[in-house]
Design a protein around this ligand. Sequence first.
Ligand code: ATP
Length: 367
Amino acid sequence: IGDASPVNNKVIAELRGVSKRFGDVLAASDLDLSIAEGEFLSFLGPSGCGKTTALRMLAGFEVPTEGEVLLDGKVVNDLDAYHRPVNMVFQQYALFPHMTVAQNIGYGLRQVRPRLPKAHIAEKVSKALDVVQLNGFDDRKIWEMSGGQQQRVALARAIVNEPKLLLLDEPMAALDRKLRKEMQIELQNLQRKLGITFVLVTHDQEEALSMSDRICVMRDGRIVQIGSPQELYDQPNSRYVAGFVGTSNFFEGKITDQDGTLTSVLLDNGLTMQGKPVGQLVKSQQVCVSVRPEQMKLRREGEGLNVVVRNRIFLGEHTEYLVMHDSLGEFLVLSPRQSEPDNGPFNAGEDLLVSWESSAALILDNT
Ligand code: ATP
C-alpha cells in the first residue's frame, strides 16, 4: 500500500495497528502510519471511510479500540485532547460568535495555560493574527467577519499555543470555490512558515493533490495506499485509487497472458488490450485496464480504434472529448491544444481514431 513511513525527518505521530469500533461499525481498521515532523499529510476518501475517526484519534477525541497512538514517541491512548501537543480546526469553525476575534484566539490559550499573564496572552494573540494576516481585527466580533476571515480566526486560534501537530477536518468546506483556492495556498504558506506538521482530512482530491506531501487514501476504514500525489497518480495500486486520484478510463476483463513487462487482458467485450501490471496479478484474474484521458491521442487519419466524438468541452489549454467506441462504449480523451490539427478542434459527430502507448495503460486489481 506504499510507504507508511516518511523519508528522513523525525517521526512526530504514529498509528500502530489502530482500529476503532462504534458498535457494529468498524470505522477505522488496522491503521499503520508514521507522520514526519513538518510534513503535510492528507487523509483522502469518500464520506464514511473513516478519515475523521483517524484524525480524532490523533487529537484525543476518540480512544482506539485496538492499537496504539504515539506522539513524540510516547503512547498517548489515555492522554486527553487538552494535554496533547495537538490542535484541531473543525469544518464549522466552532468560534464563539459573541466574543471578539482576540478573545476567541486567546480562549484556547487560557484554557490550557490559565496562569499565563495577560500581556503574554495579548502578545501571542497578536503574533497569531499576524500569521493569518488579520492584524487590527482584534476587537471585531465574529459575526462581523466574512467566511474566509472566520476561517483565518479559527486557524489563528489553532496555532496560538504552538501545537506540534495541527489537525484540519475539512477546514475549507464552508468556503466558496474561489476562497477555497486562496485558502489552500495560504494554508500551505502558513505551514512552511511555521514548520508545524499538518494533517488534513478531505474528500476533495484536488485539495489533497495540491497541498499534500503525502496522501493516505482510505476506503471502508482502511488505508489502501499511501504516497506522494505524483506516486498515487502515476502508480495507483487499484481501480479505487486510480478513480479517486485523478480521472481514468477503465476497461474490464481477465488476464490472459503475462509476458515480459506487458500483460494482456481479454476485455469483457472481446477486445484484447495490453498494459503494465501493477502489484501481484495472476492469470484469469478479473482486472481493469486503466488509461488516463491525457494519455490518449486522437487523430483524423492513421492507426487506432475507431471512435465517434459525442461531446466536446473546451477547457482552455486542453479540450476534453467524450468519445464512443462500438465495443468499449464511451470514454474520455483529454487533448492538449497544440496537438490538435491546424483546422481547429475535432467536432461532435466526427469519426476519429484513438490510440495510446501500451506502457501508459495500467492493469489494476478491479476492486
Ligand atoms: P465524512 O467525510 O462524512 O466525515 P469520514 O470519512 O470522516 O466521513 P468517519 O466520520 O470517520 O468518516 O466515520 C466512519 C464510520 O464510522 C461511518 O460509518 C460513521 O457512521 C461511523 N461513526 C463515526 N463516528 C461515530 C460515532 N460517534 N458513533 C457511531 N458511529 C460513528
